[in-house]
Design a protein around this ligand. Structure first.
Ligand code: PEP
Ligand code: MN
Length: 338
């Protein structure tokens, strides 16, 4: 910790701070400037009471940690990119991974038709919500276990691994029985007990960014997964809440280089929740691919106008095939392949 004292404090006030630092089990190193004194306190924060309490002392201006608060997700802990395996798909390697499918699983015909179409166009993971986090309790809540069974059937027919949302700790075993990747949604991004339950299933976890989550908070939420013995974590940017209402959310593509810089875990972009409008999805996909994202999570529906959730943002099967073609030069420009 770096403790900066206020200017022109007395020797006695300085001595009191040094005494407290030692009492808490840290070694103080004093640097005296012309007007101010800075103290470096050496010691392991995880085994001692935090020095942050010094912020409340009148003679202290600031207390700043030297070490990052996240460890296992950090690039320092693992300098090379880590990869996550789901079925035959590897995320975070040379291949750019496209996960595609409907917002919600609605019927056997809908999910099977979509699965075949997205596979043909080049997707290597099938998405589909069985438990849906809806803003209103009066909206379609998902087919639940029936939806999971339909996803499993689509996997059996196409060989595509499946990603689906885990909404509650109570469902962890059930959802893990069917899913190849557990999606933790925006609304649950800081539900730490849910993150622990997801980690303990041993399945790969895709952690969406919370609506109002800072990058550091997102990394710390991811840390819960790695700290619970599950190294198979992916981050997923899906737009944050800002003043802008033209798009559903503001898709923060700056999260790509930020996560790449801070962490070794793959970063996926979800342009569908990100912009909330099907006509803008392709442009965001191109941007994400060019900027070095490891993959995309895209909502695709055979008949978006009749979708039971998120109708405005789902692309058609034909639209998805065209998008995949248009995406190719951007994937290649980033040194990746489909
Ligand atoms: C979804 O993927 O359909 C979804 C509900 O995502 P988010 O948690 O990002 O809103
Ligand atoms: Mn959706």
């Amino acid at each position: 910790m770096i403790i900066v004292l206020k200017p022109n404090i007395s020797k006695k006030e300085e001595a009191a701070v040094l005494k407290e630092i030692k009492r808490l089990g840290y070694q103080p190193h004093v640097m005296r400037g012309v007007a101010r004194t800075v103290i470096g306190a050496i010691g392991d924060e995880s085994t001692h009471q935090s020095l942050e309490a010094l912020t409340a002392w009148p003679q202290v201006e600031s207390v700043t940690p030297i070490q990052k608060r996240y460890k296992l997700v950090s690039r320092e802990a693992h300098p090379t990119n880590s990869t996550v395996k789901a079925g035959g798909t590897v995320i975070g390697g040379k291949k750019f991974v496209v996960m595609a499918g409907p917002c919600s699983v609605e019927s056997e015909e809908q999910i099977i038709t979509t699965a075949h179409a997205v596979k043909k166009a080049g997707a290597t993971v099938l998405r589909g919500g069985a438990f849906k986090p809806r803003t209103s309790p009066y909206e379609f809540q998902g087919l639940g276990e029936k939806g999971l069974k339909l996803l499993a059937k689509a996997r059996k027919e196409t060989g595509l691994p499946i990603i689906t949302e885990l909404l509650s700790e109570n469902h962890a075993d059930l959802v893990a029985e069917y899913a190849d990747i557990l999606q933790i949604g925006t609304r649950n991004a800081q539900n730490f007990q849910l993150l622990i339950a997801a980690a303990r299933t041993g399945k790969p976890v895709l952690l969406k960014r919370g609506l109002a989550m800072k990058i550091e908070e997102w990394l710390l939420a991811g840390e819960y997964v790695l700290a619970n013995d599950n190294a198979n974590l992916m981050f997923c940017e899906r737009g944050i809440r800002t003043f802008e209402t033209y798009t559903r959310n503001t898709l923060d593509l700056g999260a790509i280089p930020s996560i790449k810089r801070e962490s070794h875990c793959p970063i996926i972009i979800d342009p569908s929740q990100g912009v909330g409008r099907a006509d803008l999805v392709v442009a965001m996909c191109k941007g994400a691919a060019a900027m070095g994202a490891d993959g995309l999570l895209i909502e695709v529906h055979p008949n978006p106008a009749k979708a039971w959730s998120d109708a405005a943002q789902q692309v058609t099967l034909e639209g998805f095939a065209k998008l995949m073609e248009e995406l190719k030069p951007f994937i290649a420009a980033a040194g990746r392949e489909l």
